[in-house]
Every structure is written in C-alpha cells, then in structure tokens.
Write a protein that binds this ligand. Structure first.
Ligand code: GLN
Length: 480
C-alpha cells in the first residue's frame, strides 16, 4: 500500500496507515470515505449486514487503535447491537454484553464499526447459507467469497472494512481469506478469548483477524490475545509484541512441506504451482525446505464432521424461542419449541443438529464420537512430531480458488471437502495463517497457509511478512 496517503482513497488504507492518519487528523475523513464505499459497493457484494453510521458514532478513544474502525462477523456479541449469526432464529437478538474481543478493542480505543455476513451459525465454506442472502467474491461476483467468515473477508478485500474479525472452527477465517486475497489468521486455541463468540464447536472455535496485510494482523493480535477469566479455555501465556517479529530474517528457518497437502486429491495444479513458488521464495531468502508427512490428514474431514457437529448440536440446544431471538407462537410449550426451531434454523443447521445428535446418542457414542476423539489425537500427534523437525509447515490453504455461487450448494460433501487443508489445524489447536500468493488464470486469488506449533504465532508472522514483501499481492485490489 502506498505510504503517501494523500494520493489514495482513504478507504484503501491499511489498519496501520489508518491508525497513523487518525493520530494526526482524526477519523472523520476516513469514516466519510469508508461509509461512502459501503453505500456504493455493498449492494454488489452483500458483505456488510448491519451498519448505521448515524447511530454508531466513533468513540473519543485513546489507545493503540484510537478511533480505528473495525468490523465484525455477525457471531461476535456487541453490546446493544443486534447479533444474529445470520440466522432467522436469532432475529432481534440484542446481546446485553460485549464479547471479550469487543471489550478489548474498545479499551484499545477502536471504533466498533460494521457487522459482516456469514454462513448461518458459521456452518459452511461459501457464505451461501446466510438469511441475508449470499455474499459475493469482490474479484468476480459470480463466485463465492468462501466461508463462513465470507462477509468479513469480502469486506476487507473490497475496501469496505479497514480490518475485520472472523471466527475459525474448521477454516472459516483462512479459507475465505484465501478466496478473497486477504490475510486471515487463526490463532492458537486458547490464545484469544471465546467469551461472547456464539459457539459452534467449542473445542475448535477461535476468533482472529482478517486484514489487508500481515502487519495489520500482528497489530490486531497484540490487542486480542491474552488470558480471560471468563473463558476457562483461554490460556495464561505471555503476549509478546507481535510486530517485533516482522522484518526478522527467515535465514535458517526450517519449513516443512507436508506431502499430503500437495498430493491430496482435488488440489488444483494452478494452486499447487503458486504455493510451491511461494515456498521457493522463502528458500531464496535462506530458509530450508524439507518434505514432511502428516499421515492422518486423510481422516481429518471425517473426524471433524463427527466431533464438530456433536458440539454444534449441543451448543444449538439453547435456541428454543425462550431466551434468545425469534419465537413462533403456539398453543403449548413443546409445540412452541418445535415450531420455533423448525422455522428458525436453515437446512444446513438442521442437517448438523441431526448428525450431531445421532453421533452423541446412546449406542452410537462409542462408535462415532469417542472414536472420532481418538483419531483427533492421532492428527494432533502428527503435528507434534512434525514440529520437532521444522519451525513451520507450508501448504495451500484451500485445494482450489473460489468456486461459482451455487456450484456446491446442493452437494454438502463437496462443500465439506473444501476444508480438507484447514481442518487439521483446528483439530490440533495450532495457529495458522493464510496469505495471498498469486492469482489463477481466471484472476481469482490463491492462498498460502503457514502453520506453527502452539503459541508460535511470532514465527508465522516472520515468515508471512517476508513472503508478503516478496510477493507484493497486497498492492493488488479487485476492480469494483
Ligand atoms: N466450513 C467448515 C464448516 O462448515 C468450517 C466452518 C468454520 O470454520 N466455522 O464447518
């Protein structure tokens, strides 16, 4: 991004540039530009679902992100603002509290800005299951932006957001980041508090940033990371200044290329080529490339769709028309529950509730859920072994670039397979980033994924920043 902010549209600024501009001149001009951008571009993309510039004035913030506008996936609770997970069942749900990440951003002075579209309850890889209608990929509006944080990714890619938060249960930050050509980070499980994130799979979910650059990702993680007594799965690990890892030398870093991430069925040769070229750039800068094996990768999707749906079915049990959101009127309580849930949940949510209830039911629990947890351990042990040999693992984020809207909507299995390369990090709790590494011949972005051992986000930032500077994709924006 150009250093000279005078010559560019302010909505194009990165988070760091926006922060610096606001320090000098306040946020008024930037907000005007960003608001106008949403008015003109959102009708084509449908990435922003709630945005009311008149109602939500910026705070008079001070702090590291003073008055910088940040957008949110619609499953992160914001005090006093409707938050629905893009589901009919949560229509009218206004949380009486802030998620910890929102609270932390407010304390850092940030302006809590727009709310972004998503797959209903974060179930999906295409942003097509939202009650607000599909989000479109800014690079080509006939294509999906990925999901489930597709609204956050598309908003950043189309300059309707300076930066946004998403959530990643099986790839929902990284896969849409890849398909939209932005940077998406899933932190280590326990690095960022999940308090106030409407739960999908509690042992997988992590909140993380979607940004225009790696530097912006580090700046946001600085604010988001840390222990929270309201989330017992958040861990007490010191939070380093992640920006210090930017610009460090990658010389001597050992980078593993998991052969299963390049050989797997369905990997588009264009994607493979571009990701390998990214790996070679790191080698040119002095990193050492080694081939490694993660032998249980092939089981990851199957295990995920047992354990994650089990957790989802249990988490969604609370939406029954009594405490949250919409209610269907009925003669008696049981009918009210049934009719509210029938009218409120979409097709994919119902599929997952049924599957999850099945794998948890007496008689099947041992055969599916328990067995799934055992295989999950094997997947995690693959990573533990690999990280004894290497500092980072590198591969594609997604087997293909964006697919067409409607292409996989009727085929849940094909949709599930688009997360084959992101799910293993969630099963193991490790951190992973997706950065743009090129465009396909059709002009669609390709994502490169870097994974590290738990709490090694700093190493990810070092390598991702070095690559980003070489590749220079952050300078390219879709034409809208
Ligand atoms: N696409 C995956 C799913 O449908 C992952 C979703 C997510 O990470 N929230 O479950």
């Amino acid at each position: 991004m150009a250093e000279n902010t005078a010559n560019q549209n302010l909505f194009q600024l990165t988070l760091r540039e926006a922060r610096d501009l606001i320090k000098k001149e306040g946020s008024e001009a930037l907000l005007k530009s960003l608001n106008a951008r949403i008015e003109s571009v959102n009708p084509k993309i449908n990435a922003v679902v709630r945005f009311d510039p008149a109602k939500y004035n910026p705070g008079k913030g001070s702090g590291p992100l003073a008055n910088v506008p940040i957008s949110f996936k619609d499953n992160i609770c914001i005090h006093g603002r409707e938050t629905t997970c893009a589901s009919k069942i949560l229509a009218g749900h206004v949380p009486p509290y802030d998620a910890t990440v929102v609270d932390k951003l407010k304390r850092a002075g940030a302006h809590i800005y727009a709310q972004c579209n998503m797959d209903e309850f974060a179930f999906g890889s295409s942003c097509e299951t939202s009650t607000y209608g599909p989000t479109r990929n800014p690079w080509n509006t006939e294509y999906v932006p990925g999901g489930s944080s597709g609204g956050s990714a598309a908003a950043v890619a189309s300059d309707m957001a300076i930066a946004a938060l998403g959530s990643d249960t099986g790839g929902s930050i990284r896969q849409p980041a890849a398909l939209c050509g932005v940077v998406g980070l899933k932190p280590t499980y326990g690095r960022v508090s999940r308090y106030g994130l409407i739960a999908f799979g509690s042992s997988f979910d992590q909140i993380g940033p979607l940004t225009k650059t790696v530097e912006d990702s580090a700046l946001l993680l600085n604010v988001l990371a840390g222990h929270d007594e309201r989330d017992s799965t958040s861990l007490e690990q010191p939070v380093p200044d992640y920006t210090e890892s930017l610009g460090r030398d990658v010389k001597g870093m050992r980078i593993g290329l998991p052969k299963e991430y390049f050989d797997a069925e369905g990997i588009d040769p264009e994607v493979e080529k571009s990701v390998r070229a990214g790996a070679d750039l790191l080698k040119k800068k002095g990193a050492e490339l080694v081939t490694v094996s993660l032998p249980h990768t092939e089981y990851a999707v199957a295990v995920y769709y047992i354990v994650a749906v089990a957790e989802a079915s249990s988490n969604l049990g609370r939406f029954d028309g009594v405490q949250y959101g919409a209610r269907t009127k009925a003669q008696d309580l049981k009918t009210m529950y049934l009719e509210t849930r029938d009218a409120g949940f979409g097709e994919e949510a119902k599929r997952r509730i049924l599957l999850g209830t099945f794998v948890l039911s007496a008689g099947y629990y041992d055969a599916y859920y328990l067995q799934g947890q055992k295989v999950r351990t094997l997947v995690r042990e693959d990573f533990e072994a690999a990280f004894k040999e290497v500092d980072l693992l590198l591969g594609p984020t997604s087997p293909t670039a964006a697919f067409k809207i409607g292409e996989k909507a009727q085929d849940p299995l094909a949709m599930y397979l688009s997360d084959i390369l992101t799910i293993p990090a969630n099963l193991s709790g490790i951190p992973a980033i997706s950065i743009p590494c090129g465009l396909t011949s059709r002009g669609l972005p390709i994502g490169l994924q870097l994974m590290a051992a738990p709490f090694d986000e700093a190493k990810i930032f070092t390598a991702a920043y070095a690559l980003e500077q070489e590749i220079g994709m952050y300078k390219q924006r879709p034409k809208l």
